[in-house]
Design a protein around this ligand. Structure first.
Ligand code: NAP
Length: 519
């Protein structure tokens, strides 16, 4: 069994006891162990702040952008090897593995591209300057400067590649060093990517450290210029948010957490339309891609009450085409759940949802023909008999599971039900009626980070709602954590200090104004 080490303070270091075991979930076979026991987290933070930060801040945005581009290329060279590791450790099909790895390299490349608009100065002007005094002599300008601490990135198990590098891309472009911690169950591909990043020699020393296992006393050591970006469950987010030292020092915390994403079929969409075809295809993709272990996957499907039977029948037929089994087998389109703990949690969730509805397909039994010992669960559709039941709107079942809910066809009724989720990452709506859709969009917008709209006009070109894009923000209010990532230049804000600069216009505008970039 392989031992995975952390890359800390300029060297690879194996843990000293307290190992956790990683498995291949297809047959529940151990493949590697991790531990961070013995890591000196005081030295880890100091290494980032004393070496990584100054080195990154000594580079221009363009230079940091070139670094991201080259790192993207270096990782891409190892694509096949990384896909194999994701298949083994994550139970990913080849397509699922590509989604994560190409997401990582694609986001690095996108941020390299965004760097081109940021200029050569060591700060970013934020918006236009404004006159503050009686005349234009006294002037104001907001600017953003890199913070001088370290960014601690705590990642979820479901996207070991994309999760790590989408965060790192934003921090590095802003000029801030990172300490990356992958979710332990799928740390193997993350560890390999960390090796590639270090061996590439592209990153200045201290800009990148990587910790497998726990973070020890790192949070006790963080200071006011540091930040934590967390992706994972709401329960872990609560623990991190209430950490005494993080509160005392005012450490910035960004949270990306659970979400009960909803897809809504409007009454105007008839069963023969392109939009209806897209509705079915996107729901099946969301439920089965990465075995439903995707923060943006659809968990609730709202359908006009009189069409629930027909739509459920169509979804069951489509889900029935998804062959579940060993992800190495190219005929299989869905692999196992990542480990036994997650699979147990999904089965409990299916039982809880079934108590307020009827199983249309799937369930808690292992699917026929799946490898023995593996953590397999079939695509599971529940049709709610009580669409009002709290469990449907509150419990994220992190697997290939979704619930169909009836509603009366009114846009406002859909809004009311969807917002019962308490805040989400994304909601998708399928309609060719602009008035209906506008009411829905404005009703759900305060509760969501992203609203995705399908109609016959855009069906052919639309990217799926479950796909997070680097040029647009990712995050959501309330249950979804209240955080915000990506969104091109917006993604840098977590790592930078916004400063309101006020003084003589000749100085403020001349040295810091936006027009300097256009010159
Ligand atoms: P999790 O159990 O909350 O773990 C997330 C990360 O937190 C892991 O790296 C975990 O480390 C670490 N962690 C656990 N306890 C901690 C503590 N006390 N202090 C510091 N770190 C701690 O979540 P998960 O099971 O990995 O991921 C699934 C969840 O993530 C789902 O709820 C999903 O919705 C959410 N998610 C959200 C997004 C988003 O963008 N909003 C994206 C992906 C996933 P170990 O693995 O070592 O325990």
């Amino acid at each position: 069994m392989q031992t995975l080490e952390s890359y800390v303070a300029g060297r690879w270091q194996a843990g000293d006891g307290g190992e956790r075991t990683l498995i291949d979930p297809t047959q529940d076979v151990p493949i590697a162990s991790v531990s961070s026991e013995g890591v000196d987290f005081g030295a880890v933070r100091a290494h980032a702040v004393e070496q990584g930060g100054p080195a990154l801040r000594g580079m221009t945005f363009l230079e940091r952008g070139r670094m991201l581009k080259d790192l993207s290329a270096a990782l891409h060279e190892h694509r096949e090897e990384l896909i194999e590791l994701s298949v083994q450790n994550g139970g990913n099909t080849r397509g699922d593995a590509k989604f994560d790895i190409d997401g990582a390299t694609g986001t690095l490349a996108a941020y390299a591209h965004f760097s081109k608009g940021l200029g050569e100065r060591p700060f970013l002007p934020d918006g236009e300057g404004i006159q503050l005094g009686r005349t234009a002599r006294f002037w104001g300008q907001h600017i953003l400067v890199p913070r001088q601490g370290v960014a601690v990135h705590v990642n979820a198990f479901n996207f070991p590649g994309w999760g790590m590098f989408e965060k790192a891309a934003c921090a590095w472009l802003a000029g801030v060093p990172v300490i990356e911690k992958p979710g332990t169950p799928t740390a193997h591909p993350a560890w390999r990517m960390a090796h590639i990043a270090v061996e590439s020699g592209l990153l200045p020393e201290g800009a990148f450290q990587f910790v497998v296992g726990g973070l020890g006393d790192l949070f006790d050591r963080l200071e006011a210029q540091d930040c934590v970006a967390f992706t994972g469950s709401a329960a872990t987010a609560r623990i991190i948010r209430s950490h005494a030292n993080l509160i005392a020092k005012g450490v910035r915390i960004n949270v990306e957490a659970d979400s009960l994403n909803a897809a809504v079929l409007a009454p105007d969409v008839d069963a023969g339309s392109e939009t209806y075809g897209l509705f079915l295809a996107n729901i099946v993709l969301d439920m089965t891609q990465k075995t439903g272990q995707k923060c943006t996957a659809v968990r609730r499907i709202l359908v006009p009450a009189e069409r629930v039977d027909d739509v459920s029948r169509d979804l069951v037929a489509e889900l029935g085409r998804i062959a579940v089994g060993d992800p190495r087998d190219k005929t299989k389109r869905m692999g196992p759940i990542t480990d036994g703990r997650q699979a147990r949690d999904v089965r409990e969730g299916i039982e809880a949802l079934s108590a307020v509805g009827q199983l249309a397909c799937g369930g808690t039994d292992a699917p026929a023909g799946a490898p023995a010992g593996g953590h397999f669960i079939a695509p599971t559709l529940v049709v709610a008999t009580d669409g009002d039941a709290d469990v449907i709107h509150e419990r994220e079942v992190f697997g290939p599971v979704s619930t169909v809910l009836p509603y009366d066809g009114e846009a406002q009724s859909a809004v009311d039900l969807v917002c019962r989720g308490g805040g989400g990452l994304v909601t998708s709506v399928y309609s060719n009626d602009p008035d209906w859709t506008e009411t829905y969009v404005l009703g759900v917008a305060p509760w969501h980070g992203r609203v995705w709209v399908a109609s016959d006009r855009s069906a052919e070109q639309s990217l799926p709602p479950g796909m997070v894009l680097p040029g647009m923000i990712h995050g959501g209010p309330g249950r979804a954590g209240g955080g915000e990532e990506l969104g091109a230049e917006r993604g840098l804000a977590l790592y930078m200090q916004r400063v309101a600069l006020q003084g003589f216009k000749g100085f403020v505008d001349g040295r810091f104004g936006a027009q300097k970039d256009e010159a």
